[in-house]
Ligand binder design. Structure first.
Ligand code: MTE
Length: 324
C-alpha cells in the first residue's frame, strides 16, 4: 500500500508461532466478562445454544460452510500470520506478528450506531455464540498482487446485521477498527488517519459471502490477523476487510474509508478484484500465491477474485473502470 513512513524501521527476528498463538492463559483470565455489555433479556434473544468457544481453549467449534472455495491448497498458517498488513502495528509485513501481542482482545465490545432503530452494544462472547461458526475457505487477494487461501471461521455478516435493525435509510455500513496510540504506538510510523475505516454498500454487506470473522484454521484469530473480530470480503482487495472492529455504523452516504482518503486515485471505494483495472503501481493481471513453491506462485487474477457467480449481479450496469 502507499505508506509514507515517518521514520525508517529495522527488520528483526520474527516471533515464533507459540509466542503469539498461545493466549490460553489470557483467555482464562478474561472469563466472566461475557454478557456485560448486553442487557440480559436482549442477550437471551440473541444467544443460541451453540457453544462456539470450547472451554479453556483458543479452539472454535465449527461446522463446514457451504460457501467455500475448494480444490486449492491452503496457505500455511505460518505465512498467514507472518505476512500481514496491520499498520497500527507497523508498516513491514513482519511487524504485526512482532508487535500485536498487546492488543487487548477481552473485554471487547462492538458498538452499533447510526441509522438503526436503537444503538446497541454487543459483547464479543455474545457475538461468538450468535450463530454456528462456519469454516469457509476463501481466496484472499491484496491489491499489492499477492494472495492466499485461508480457512476462515465465522458466519455471514448479514446474520449480524439482522440483529442491528438498520433503518431503510441505511445505505452503507462503515467499520471502524480499535485505535489506541499507546497500545498501537507503531501507528505513528505512517501518515494514515486513525482509526482505520472501511465501508460497504448495504447489498455488499448483506451478500452471504461477506463473513463476520472470528477465527482461522479452527482457532480464534491471532491478534495480527484482526482479533477478535474482523470482516472478510473475498471478492474485494484485502484492504476492504477491516480488522479488530469496535464500531459498526449504518449511514446514508458513502462513508470515508482509510485508503480512499489517503490516495483516491489509487484505492477506490469499491475495490473489487478486477484484472482489467491496474493499480498505478501494481498490475492486477496476475498475483503471487504466498506459500507455494516459487515456480507455482504466479497465478492469473480472476474477475471478482473468482466469485463472479455470487457477486457480479450487484454491479450490473456499473462502469467498473470508473467505480474501481
Ligand atoms: N485493518 C486495520 N485495522 N488496519 C490495517 O492496516 N490493513 C488492510 C486490511 N485490514 C488493515 C486492516 C489491508 S491493506 C489488508 S491487505 C488486509 O487487512 C490484510 O489482512 P491480513 O494481514 O490478515 O492478510
Amino acid at each position: 500500500m502507499l505508506v509514507r513512513r515517518t521514520r525508517d524501521i529495522l527488520s528483526s527476528e520474527i516471533t515464533p508461532r507459540e509466542h503469539f498463538l498461545n493466549r490460553r492463559d489470557f483467555m482464562r483470565g478474561a472469563a466472566g466478562v461475557g454478557a456485560a455489555a448486553l442487557g440480559a433479556d436482549r442477550l437471551a434473544d440473541l444467544v443460541s445454544p451453540h457453544a462456539a468457544v470450547l472451554a479453556d481453549s483458543t479452539k472454535l467449534q465449527t461446522v463446514p460452510g457451504k460457501l467455500t472455495t475448494t480444490g486449492e491448497q491452503l496457505t500455511p498458517l505460518e505465512d498467514i500470520t507472518h505476512y500481514n498488513n496491520f499498520y497500527e502495528f507497523g508498516v513491514d509485513k513482519g511487524d504485526p506478528a512482532r508487535n500485536a501481542g498487546g492488543l487487548p482482545t477481552r473485554p471487547w465490545t462492538v458498538k452499533v450506531e447510526g441509522k438503526v432503530k436503537k444503538p446497541l452494544t454487543f459483547d464479543i462472547d455474545a457475538l461468538l455464540k450468535l450463530r454456528p461458526l462456519e469454516e469457509r475457505v476463501y481466496r484472499f487477494r491484496c491489491v499489492e498482487a499477492w494472495s492466499m487461501v485461508i480457512p476462515w471461521v465465522g458466519y455471514s455478516l448479514s446474520e449480524f446485521i439482522q440483529q442491528c435493525d438498520p433503518l431503510p435509510s441505511a445505505k452503507y455500513v462503515q467499520f471502524l477498527s480499535y485505535y489506541n496510540s499507546k497500545v498501537e504506538k507503531w501507528s505513528s510510523e505512517s501518515t494514515i488517519f486513525w482509526p482505520y475505516s472501511e465501508g460497504l454498500r448495504m447489498d455488499e454487506a448483506m451478500n452471504p459471502l461477506t463473513l463476520l470473522t472470528f477465527g482461522m484454521y479452527g482457532e480464534v484469530l491471532p491478534n495480527q490477523d484482526g482479533a477478535p473480530v474482523r470482516v472478510v470480503v473475498p471478492w474485494k482487495y484485502g484492504f476492504k476487510s477491516a480488522k479488530s472492529i469496535v464500531t459498526v455504523k449504518f449511514v446514508d452516504k458513502q462513508p470515508n474509508t482509510t485508503w480512499n482518503d489517503m490516495a483516491p486515485n489509487e484505492y477506490g471505494f469499491y475495490s473489487n478484484v478486477n484484472p482489467q483495472v491496474d493499480h498505478p503501481r501494481w498490475s492486477q493481471k496476475t498475483e503471487r500465491r504466498i506459500g507455494l513453491p516459487f515456480y507455482a506462485q504466479r497465478k492469473e487474477t480472476l474477475m471478482f477474485n473468482g466469485y463472479s457467480d455470487q457477486v457480479a449481479s450487484m454491479y450490473a450496469g456499473m462502469n467498473l473502470k470508473k467505480y474501481y
